[in-house]
Design a protein around this ligand. Structure first.
Ligand SMILES: Cc1cc2nc3c(=O)[nH]c(=O)nc-3n(C[C@H](O)[C@H](O)[C@H](O)COP(=O)(O)OP(=O)(O)OC[C@H]3O[C@@H](n4cnc5c(N)ncnc54)[C@H](O)[C@@H]3O)c2cc1C
Length: 420
């Protein structure tokens, strides 16, 4: 056990998970968060998927091939708008450079290792602290609309099987046996991949629960506190400086600031390629639960995920590289509602509060988060989790503990090699 002081910047799902595991391992943790509470930014109303077996990076030869048509199609879930920011240009070049088969294999392997570690850590935490965040393990069905898409999925599935994933290829008929609520959508389906172990939950509620248990273990959370800079002494960070001018000293500093990583990193001379990828979600009240999916469903054609959380259906989608743009497009909300009604007709009530939400995924060009020591002897990054932050949160936090406790065997076993 240690009683060393650690400051964590950011109380999204990554910062909350980091604080929780650090507190459990005996560190004296203070979390600094700019918002009035935990999980109010990208971790607020995401797709709810604990998608342990779907970690394939976005950068791939298949994405590169489809990129022109995806970007020109007005119905495309992917969108790109030139913002003129240097960060966006650099991110774009690095993304294209990562679109190789070798990268897909390397990143899939690294991310699967991290997601399995996350699953273990989350299951341990659920058991130990009875976390309650609408968690369930219904399994995940990814549906594809063309035989070509099925072929690509089959190859990826076979590769992932060599890495310990248990997935099954299903015909359309078998998909409907798994999820009868897809009955009206079968003309758009060519088959699917079924993963029994995948789970769903509410990321914001997980943040709240992690804060509650971290606090019980001695952690402190300071809200409405913006870290503006750091005081550096030679190769160490001495203190975090808040907007108010207050200086907070600690033995270690962990950056878990999501989309705030690039700007804070810059102040420390680090160029962190974390850029926002905008997405939308709705939390729809169920009108006819029997018509809603019982398993978690991903419609790959439209890149939309569906998950039942209590009496709500969480629907999330879109991936837009449009900068730090929080505006809500009415057209996109209408599109998500139309897709939901087409896929699960009669399941949802669109007349009560649809809880529209916009979030910016903090993505790296390679889809690999940046976890580990960076530049200073007492500074660690835990940022850039992109589309998988909820899934990877506990594993990423466990790696931070491993770095601080010098558990080199765990780090080596994960095969996690990160160079900022
Ligand atoms: C539409 C959508 C659907 C998604 N679906 C899924 C899904 O199904 N499964 C999944 O695993 N992931 C999903 N994700 C991704 C996931 O939500 C993110 O990866 C995750 O929330 C990132 O967490 P974070 O803690 O890094 O960032 P955040 O939640 O944004 O937290 C970072 C925090 O740092 C704070 N901060 C920043 N700078 C400072 C500063 N200088 N001082 C103090 N505080 C600071 C911010 O206020 C913020 O609260 C989805 C994302 C979107 C947008």
């Amino acid at each position: 056990m240690s009683n060393q002081k650690v400051i964590v910047v950011g109380a999204g799902v990554i910062g909350c998970a980091t604080a929780y595991l650090l507190a459990r391992h005996g560190f004296a943790v203070t979390v600094i968060e700019a918002e009035p509470g935990p999980g109010l930014m990208t971790s607020y109303a995401n797709g709810a998927q604990l998608s342990y077996s779907y970690v394939e990076p976005l950068a791939s030869p298949a994405t590169l091939k489809k990129l022109p048509s995806l970007l020109l199609d007005p119905q495309s879930p992917l969108r790109f708008r030139v913002t003129g920011e240097w960060a966006q240009i650099v991110w774009g070049f690095k993304f294209i450079r990562a679109c190789t088969q070798a990268h897909v294999k390397f990143a899939t392997k690294a991310l699967l290792g991290l997601s399995f570690l996350s699953r273990n850590e989350l299951e341990l935490a659920i058991e130990r602290d009875r976390l309650s965040f609408d968690y369930s393990q219904p399994g995940k069905l990814v549906i594809y609309n063309t035989p070509e898409a099925i072929e690509v999925a089959k190859k990826q599935m076979e590769f992932q099987r060599t890495l310990g994933c248990q997935q099954t290829l299903l015909s359309t008929h078998e998909c409907l046996e798994r999820e009868p609520a897809l009955e009206n959508y079968q003309s758009y389906m060519a088959g699917g991949v079924w993963t029994p172990g995948d789970a769903v939950g509410d990321a914001k509620k997980l943040c709240d629960d992690l804060v509650r248990h971290s606090t019980r273990m001695g952690a402190t959370f300071r809200y409405l506190s913006n870290v503006e800079n750091f005081i550096v002494q030679r190769d160490r960070i001495q203190a975090a400086v808040l907007e108010s001018g207050e200086r907070l000293e600690a033995d270690y500093f962990v950056l878990a600031s999501g989309n705030g990583a690039a700007s804070l990193g810059k102040k420390l001379g680090l160029s962190l390629p974390v850029y926002p990828l905008k997405g939308y979600s709705l939390s729809l009240t169920l009108r006819a639960p029997a018509k809603a999916p019982q398993v978690s469903v991903t419609d790959l054609r439209r890149k939309i995920v569906y998950a039942c959380l209590g009496n709500k259906l969480r629907v999330a989608g879109m991936a837009e590289l449009v900068g730090y743009d929080w505006s809500v497009s009415e057209k996109k909300l209408q599109f998500l509602m139309q897709c939901t009604e087409e896929t699960f007709p009669g399941a949802c009530d669109f007349h009560t509060d649809i809880a529209p939400w916009v979030g910016l995924r903090p993505v790296t060009p390679t889809s690999l988060p940046m976890i580990g020591p960076a530049r200073f002897t007492n500074f660690l990054l835990n940022v850039g989790h992109g589309s998988l932050g909820f899934t990877l949160a506990l594993g990423s936090a466990r790696l931070i503990v491993a770095y601080l406790n010098k558990q080199t065997a765990l780090i080596a076993q994960q095969g996690w090699s990160f160079k900022p």
